[in-house]
Write a protein that binds this ligand. Structure first.
Ligand code: MN
Length: 253
């Protein structure tokens, strides 16, 4: 089995090294194609106005000055020039759940693999207010990742579906099992714009995210992580909403 790995945190990200170790538990044939720099939040974007620079970091490890989507395209169409058997994207620094799904470069790496017709899985490691982004418990994803991926492959991934896996903010032995979940929803009022001043007194802005506690919906990815469970969410690439389509189609005749 040949596995192509990408990531959105960049070629030097600790989560990429974690995913390489997970993949090597499943096969000896692992190719890494990851962005040169942190691409978190770029979603499913591709580079159309800038050239892609490719750098061989070491044998079977490549960095691309581009997005995770660019990396998957470069991996499949240029570096391998063949379809791998599996694409793994991650392990992201931080959960990719609820509204994160459409912003996430990690999930987009798996989306691009799915568009190529290749089974694709996104993996993310949650951190919490006590662990924080620098104290993230990578050991959780590393301990459970290979078994979860194997089980998903045994079950099969249908065409046009990708699988979004999130590991809870827990030590490996404290994980409360696996939950198969739906995409949840946060309180969207929590995104804000913070104004600051540059060296010349001119304003610039940062998007900020306040994450106050709230009750996650039952059966959601958010709930699973809050309960210390590994969350597995199958996602469709087709975003069409059938009930609304039917209603509009009847109204527009
Ligand atoms: Mn990221």
């Amino acid at each position: 089995m040949r596995i192509l790995i990408t990531n959105d945190d960049g070629i030097h990200a600790p989560g990429l090294a974690v995913l390489e170790r997970i993949a090597h538990k499943l096969t000896d044939d692992v190719i890494v194609v990851a962005p040169e720099t942190d691409q978190s939040g770029v979603a499913h974007s591709m580079s159309l106005n800038d050239p892609l620079r490719l750098r061989e970091v070491s044998p079977e490890r490549y960095a691309v000055r581009g997005t995770p989507t660019d990396c998957v395209i470069m991996g499949v169409r240029h570096i391998l020039n063949a379809r791998p058997d599996l694409i793994l994207s991650g392990v992201n620094r931080g959960a990719n759940v609820a509204e994160d799904v459409t912003y996430s470069g990690t999930i987009a790496g798996a989306m691009e693999g799915t568009l190529f017709g290749i089974p694709s899985i996104a993996l993310s490691q949650a951190f919490g207010p006590t662990t924080g982004r620098m104290g993230i418990l990578w050991g959780c994803a590393e301990a459970h990742g290979a078994a979860v991926v194997s089980r998903i492959l045994d079950l099969g991934i249908p065409p046009d579906i990708l699988v979004n896996v999130n590991f809870p903010d827990r030590q490996p032995e404290e994980v409360k099992g696996v939950a198969v979940t739906v995409q949840g929803k946060r309180d969207s009022e929590l995104m804000n714009v913070e104004e600051r001043k540059d060296g010349r007194g001119l304003p610039y802005y940062w998007l900020t995210f306040a994450r106050r506690p709230f009750a996650p919906g039952h059966g959601t990815d958010l709930e699973a992580l809050s309960q210390g469970r590994i969350s597995i969410t199958p996602l469709r690439l087709d975003l069409t909403d059938e009930p609304t389509l039917t209603r509009y189609a009847a109204a527009f005749g």
